[in-house]
Ligand binder design. Structure first.
Ligand code: 13P
Length: 251
């Protein structure tokens, strides 16, 4: 049995007081949820304050991005040692917004993945096709390229620490969720691909999140799919009540 993992990606949202208020509200309402790995990914500026607010919480602190070098002349960047120092346990790598708007490539994604695995940060590798690619029947080719490129050189042992997030670009922030069948089809494809690359045991243990317009109304049917093991939630993670309903999908 794979333990569900649900992470809220706040993107470029929340000042420090807003971020602290949100996690304090989550701490208060989520005391009874123990069967799901829960994470929040605030902006860098709020990580320290949120870490403090999560000291006695089961909610894990997640970073939204990182650089692959540990230190150096990289103005504006943040490294793995800085993120672990502030209390992060996971890091999101290769989000489609970074690929599309900020020049991220499979090569930089791969470097970051190796750097995370060289630290104590467990990576969430994001992949996903655009609408144009889906309509051009390129979905599986694109996803395979992103998986192979992102995971190049990652050995089986390290792979055990990786979570894959399938986020179709056309479903992000659009209110247009993939149907449970569309999500399942891709997740099964990804698990097969990982079976080819790493063998059946590892692929069976791999957790694959779905992301893209997840909300309290669609989480149950998505999670009911055999290969959907969690969610990466944007908009609906910005309010305690809606994120709490999502992570409590089993109750
Ligand atoms: P939305 O849930 O707002 O569509 O965002 C999904 C996402 O990009 C999470 O990383």
């Amino acid at each position: 049995m794979r333990r569900p993992i649900i992470v809220g990606n706040w993107k470029m949202q929340k000042t420090v007081p807003e971020a602290v208020a949100l996690v304090e509200a989550l701490n208060a309402v989520l005391t009874d949820v123990h069967e799901v790995d829960i994470g929040v990914a605030p902006p860098f500026t709020a990580l320290a304050a949120v870490a403090e607010a999560l000291r006695f919480s089961e909610i894990v602190l997640v970073a939204q991005n990182m650089h692959w070098e540990p230190r150096g002349a990289f103005t504006g960047e943040i490294s793995a040692p800085m993120l672990t120092d502030v209390g992060c346990r996971r890091v999101i790598i290769g989000h489609s917004e970074r690929r599309q708007l900020l020049g991220e490539t499979d090569e930089t994604v791969n470097k970051k993945l190796h750097a995370a695995l060289g630290s104590t940060l467990d990576p969430i590798l994001c992949i996903g096709e655009t609408l144009e690619q889906r309509e051009g029947n390129a979905t599986f080719r694109v996803l395979e390229q992103q998986v192979r490129g992102g995971l190049a050189g990652v050995a089986g042992e390290a792979m055990r620490r990786v979570v894959i997030a399938y986020e179709p670009v056309w479903a992000i922030g659009t209110g247009k969720t993939a149907t449970p069948e569309q999500a399942q089809e891709v997740h099964a494809f990804l698990r097969n691909l990982v079976t080819t690359l790493y063998g059946k045991t590892l692929a069976e243990d791999l957790r694959i999140q779905y992301g893209g317009s997840v909300n309290a109304g669609n989480i149950q049917t998505l999670m009911a799919q055999p290969d959907v093991d969690g969610a990466l939630v944007g908009g609906a993670s910005l309010e305690a009540a809606s994120f709490a309903r999502i992570v409590s999908f089993q109750s």
